[in-house]
Design a protein around this ligand. Structure first.
Ligand code: UD1
Length: 363
């Protein structure tokens, strides 16, 4: 059985590494990887391949940025040629980025079977590009691999045939389990001159937070407020940095005291920063899950989450706008030791990729 797996953007790489490793252990599976090049900076892509021990992709499409339509269309045109040549038995896509829907759609049109890893998640907010990608990808996939109960419930409500749907756990957590000891040994925190459990880690890149002047000003106010009580470590996403420049806010960012502004970090460095943080402030999807697994307090600055288990049983709490005062109150609560530790969700045990490989071999 030949499986052609697709990666494109940063959050895909840590899901693909355990899958490729699981596939390679099986003599009956030939595993090939296509990288669309949606993310192209070395710090957003190459470093993850190295650290996650992923082989060089078999195909690199070099698509890069552009509008959503341009990006999606360019990926589709390039991916069609690869499928014509490779004729795989399965195309496997992960997550909810533009590369996910683009490649799933090409495969479905060519009547090649599609497996979607991290299926069923729904934020209920169709203004998020990822939500559109999730709904469309799930509706054309032949196998749906789910990370949490809410995903099962969503797919059932939408009428997905039960025989297509499998609750397998979380491949991103597989990678975390595999690399957490290595991250624990990294000296990322000490190199910044910080103490373990003595700083806030921040990541922020969602269009809803960083694409408007209003959002960016709130973000700066948030950092200004928090950094008065705790050093803030902020590996900044290119989108966020570009937008701060575009709105003339770069100087204000650089003036914040007690702020450690970093370039995008590698996987091991990012895990190390998360493991040692007092609190994580984020709008990322994956980081909500990783902090839940690590039982590190997390504040998520979004209206909704497609990963509700991180709130219902994990260490995550939603803050529905970038309110500096509310965030400050929550952080004082965390510093006082008054925060839920949370539990690790069912099947987040490091074996999701193995389960997926078992199912693909059995169908
Ligand atoms: C994408 C995903 C998002 C994911 C995020 C993680 C979609 C719709 N969104 O958003 O779900 O959480 O990746 O990072 O697929 N850029 C660079 N270098 C890079 C990559 C991007 O400079 O290597 C800049 C470019 O200016 C680009 C912008 O960042 O236009 C946005 O990149 P894009 O891939 O469009 O979306 P992300 O915001 O990264």
């Amino acid at each position: 059985m030949k499986i052609l797996s697709v990666v494109g953007a940063r959050p895909n790489f840590m899901k693909m590494a355990p899958l490729h490793r699981a596939f390679q252990k099986r003599s009956g599976i030939e595993s090939k990887i296509v990288h669309t090049g949606q993310h192209y900076d070395a710090r957003m892509s190459e470093v993850f391949f190295e650290q996650l021990e992923l082989p060089k992709p078999n195909y690199y499409l070099g698509i890069g940025g552009g509008s959503h339509t341009q990006q999606t269309a360019k990926i589709m045109l390039a991916f069609e040629k690869i499928l014509e040549k490779e004729q795989p038995d399965w195309v496997l896509v992960v997550g909810d980025v533009n590369s996910t829907i683009a490649c799933a759609l090409v495969a479905a049109k060519m009547q090649i079977l599609v497996a979607h890893v991290e299926a069923g998640l729904r934020s209920g907010d169709r203004k998020m590009p990822e939500e559109i990608n999730r709904i469309l990808t799930d509706s054309i996939s032949d196998l749906l691999f789910v990370t949490e109960q809410a995903g099962m419930d969503n797919l059932s409500r939408e009428g997905a045939p039960p025989e297509k749907v499998f609750f397998v756990g979380n491949c991103m957590i597989d990678a975390l389990v595999h690399y957490r000891d290595r991250a624990a040994q990294a000296d990322t925190v000490l190199k910044l001159g910080l103490q373990p459990k003595g700083y806030a880690l921040m990541t922020m890149h969602r269009p809803s937070n960083v694409d408007t002047l209003e959002g960016l000003v709130m973000l700066l106010q948030l950092m200004e407020r928090i950094s008065k009580c705790l050093p803030v470590v902020f590996p900044i996403h290119p989108r966020t940095l570009n937008n701060l420049e575009r709105f003339g806010l770069r100087a204000r960012l650089f003036h914040i005291k007690n702020l450690h502004l970093l370039e995008p970090q590698g996987y091991i460095e990012c895990l190390s920063l998360m493991q040692n943080a007092t609190v994580v402030l984020t709008d990322s999807g994956g980081i909500q899950e990783e902090t839940t697994f690590l039982q590190v307090p997390c504040l998520t600055f979004r209206q909704t989450t497609e990963r509700p288990v991180t709130v219902s049983i994990g260490s995550n709490e939603m803050i529905t706008d970038l309110d500096p005062e509310l965030a400050h109150t929550k952080i004082r609560q965390i510093l006082a030791g008054n925060w839920k530790t949370g539990q690790i969700p069912p099947l987040w045990d490091g074996h999701a990729a193995e389960r997926i490989a078992d199912i693909l071999e059995a169908v």
